[in-house]
Design a protein around this ligand. Structure first.
Ligand code: APR
Length: 249
């Protein structure tokens, strides 16, 4: 009897695991018209199913990325670091900028956790390694890979929302610094415009040392600007989507 109970519980668990991620993925995918979401899901699964969740290199996601290529939207691409909530509140409510999480590939997996297991064909959503548990973990490798693809198609004037409430808004370990900025090539990318999100009692401004490092990193020819904008100003812009895009900063 115990064995039966164990098998049933295990079976339900596996079922639940698969049942959690796929429907969310498919439903979010279907918001984008003209894609074969089942085919995209299959390409996604190929990356990690049956693999050690700490040994999924970025390249494992190449077929998934190829299944729904990111489209360049020159002058409207928004990068960010440590500003997730405010940037997405803004991009959702206004029609000015697009982040990677607004693209099909980013949106289907935003906020989710998944991994596989050696010798299993299942997708798990619990018990997966955390972001810093191992370098090549399932989730982190995906965000590294999709961020690479997003930065590779960036063009024209590029915007980045950085966090002015921390000492190092341009942190070398961030995806923005370690992957995205390195892929901004002139003349494809013409300018990088930093929006430094500040509070009223601000810690950091555009003279910050890490922002000097950012300027040094930029490819010759790319123009750099930085503007301090309070969180309140950005929230005001989010609640007035009828305002022209240039009116916020
Ligand atoms: N634990 C879990 N998730 C993490 C962790 C962590 N320690 N660090 C980063 N992440 C994930 C989270 O989903 C987080 O919201 O990466 C996201 C971005 O992390 P940040 O440190 O805020 O910023 P950064 O590493 O610079 O990445 C943001 O990458 O997503 C792309 O194009 C996007 O420009 C953006 C950049």
């Amino acid at each position: 009897l115990l064995v039966v109970i164990f098998a049933v519980v295990l079976g339900l668990n596996l079922r639940q695991n698969t049942d959690q991620l796929k429907p969310t993925f498919i439903a979010r995918c279907e918001e984008f018209k003209g894609y074969d979401c089942d085919k995209i899901w299959d390409a996604f699964e190929q990356a990690y199913v049956g693999r050690d969740p700490c040994n999924v290199p970025m390249e494992a996601y190449d077929p998934f990325i190829a299944a729904a290529p990111l489209k360049p939207t020159c002058n409207r691409m928004m990068f960010w670091s440590k500003t997730k909530d405010i940037v997405h509140d803004f991009t959702e409510k206004t029609d000015c900028y697009l982040t990677v999480e607004d693209s099909l590939l980013g949106s289907v997996l935003d906020g989710l956790t998944w991994c596989g297991k050696e010798g299993s064909s299942e997708t798990f959503t619990t018990g997966c390694p955390g972001w810093t548990d191992c370098v090549n973990n399932t989730v982190r490798s995906f965000w590294n890979r999709v961020s690479t693809a997003f930065a590779d198609v960036a063009c024209g004037a590029v915007t980045a929302m950085l966090n002015g409430s921390i000492v190092t808004p341009f942190h070398p370990a961030s995806i923005f610094a370690s992957i995205e900025v390195k892929r901004f090539d002139y003349p494809r990318v013409k300018s990088l415009n930093v929006v430094l999100v500040t509070q009223e009692n601000t810690v950091t401004n555009c003279t910050n040392a890490s922002l000097k490092d950012l300027q040094k990193e930029l490819d010759q020819g790319i123009t750099y600007t930085c503007k301090e904008v309070t969180e309140t100003q950005i929230q005001d812009c989010s609640s007035h989507p009828e305002k022209p895009c240039g009116a916020c900063w």
